[in-house]
Design a protein around this ligand. Structure first.
Ligand SMILES: Cc1cc2nc3c(=O)[nH]c(=O)nc-3n(C[C@H](O)[C@H](O)[C@H](O)COP(=O)(O)O)c2cc1C
Length: 379
């Protein structure tokens, strides 16, 4: 079973992820992990902190000569902006944060809550996901995330191969797939910032090269759609998750939702095995299992909660009405959210691959993967 826990505060000394259940024999390169960390810090509309930090990962355990040992892997991203001991408490809880609820629940300070609730923690979730991607690469599986909507404005993806789309996304300051849309949307973000306001959006992640049969129909907590939804929903500020058509499926008759099944021997690939689906409205998942089609998952992110033009709040000491506190903050972090969602999805998929094909060593997993494909092709 692949799992991880994280530790660390936003302005604390360091951030840690402890990854358990990662197989032996996977060659790990830290450069692609650092690339993901840098992408998480980028995107149009971020605040000053991203210019202070320049995240890199340090793999502290579980690796020898660049290859995983099958033992727990500790990932560290040191906070270059460490100043927690010098920071004061916030007197006025900010709507949309855990400030009020956490201070009441833990009978303590707002600072004690916000430091852990902050999305800074996602740096090590991204590191764990980027590690998992290196396992997925051994099975020719790719995970690709991008922004499809900002503040209600759509960024309609252009057509192209995965490589072409990746190039477009990496040229876009918004991490979208339609460069023509960027100027208008960047202006929208600028305008929101000038008004002291913030914007959210929608991200999409697709996973290609997925074999049949990851996840299971057999038990609710092992259904892969449910697991993906939990992982994505647990990202800060994500308020909705859709798989495939998602909410749109509820609005259409069945004949326009479910993906017909055809078979074409000549098109047999390791994913489809020849079972052709002219549409992929299911987003690659039926009954909690992967069906050979790409997984498509979307997440809705609410606008940043901390507003430069603050909302009404109260002073927690006096209970008198006052404006909410303001801490240095982003105007729009949807691009970063696309990186985070991409990587938490990658981690869950890697977990499902390990469950299906065994998790001791990559060598054994590959053998079982090949055997399964051989048997499934004869099914
Ligand atoms: C990439 C990313 C960056 C964020 N940056 C900020 C920020 O600068 N200021 C802020 O108030 N909230 C920010 N948030 C959102 C808060 O972390 C989040 O809304 C808050 O912790 C409350 O949790 P909830 O929205 O999941 O209920 C960010 C979220 C993400 C995903």
């Amino acid at each position: 079973m692949l799992r991880y826990l994280t530790a660390g505060e936003s302005h604390g000394k360091t951030l840690l992820a402890l990854v358990d259940g990662f197989p032996a024999g996977v060659t790990i390169d830290t450069d692609p992990i650092d690339v993901e960390l840098k992408r998480r810090q980028g995107g149009y509309g971020r605040g000053g902190r991203q210019r202070i930090e320049s995240d890199t990962v340090d793999i502290r355990t579980g690796i020898w000569k660049g290859v995983t040992l099958g033992s727990p892997i500790a990932l560290e991203v040191v906070n270059r902006d460490y100043k927690l001991e010098r920071l004061d408490d916030l007197p006025r809880p900010r709507p949309g944060h855990g400030d009020l609820t956490g201070a009441v629940k833990y009978l303590g300070s707002i600072r004690g809550i916000l430091e852990r609730a902050s999305a800074r923690e996602t740096a090590v979730r991204v590191a764990a996901g980027a590690l998992a991607k290196q396992l997925l690469a051994a099975f020719d599986m790719t995970v690709f995330g991008y922004v499809v909507e900002v503040g209600g404005e759509k960024i309609e993806p252009v057509d192209g191969t995965l490589d072409e789309l990746r190039t477009i996304r990496d040229q876009s300051e918004l991490y979208g797939l339609n460069l023509d849309r960027d100027p208008a949307i960047k202006k929208m973000i600028d305008d929101a910032g000038k008004d002291g306001d913030t914007l959210g959006g929608v991200v999409e992640v697709r996973v290609d090269g997925v074999p049949f049969g990851l996840g299971t129909h057999a038990q609710w907590d092992r259904k892969l759609d449910g697991r993906l939804a939990q992982a994505v929903m647990a990202v800060q500020a994500i308020k909705g998750v859709e798989i495939g058509l998602g909410f749109e499926a509820a609005r259409r008759p069945g004949s326009q939702v479910h993906d017909p099944i055809h078979y074409d021997e000549s098109k047999k690939s390791t994913s489809t095995l020849g079972y052709e689906r002219p549409t992929n409205n299911a987003g690659g998942l039926e009954a909690g299992m992967t069906n050979g089609q790409p997984i498509v998952i979307r997440a809705a992110k609410k606008p940043i909660s901390t507003l430069a033009k603050p909302l009404a709040s109260i002073n927690l000491e006096t209970k008198e009405p006052e404006e909410a506190s303001y801490e240095r903050s982003d105007v729009c972090a949807i691009s970063a959210a696309s990186v985070i969602v991409e990587n938490v999805v990658a981690f869950e998929i890697a977990g499902a691959v390990i469950e299906k094909f065994g998790g001791d060593s990559l060598q054994e997993m590959r053998a079982r993967y090949e055997l399964f494909l051989e048997m499934a092709r004869k099914r």
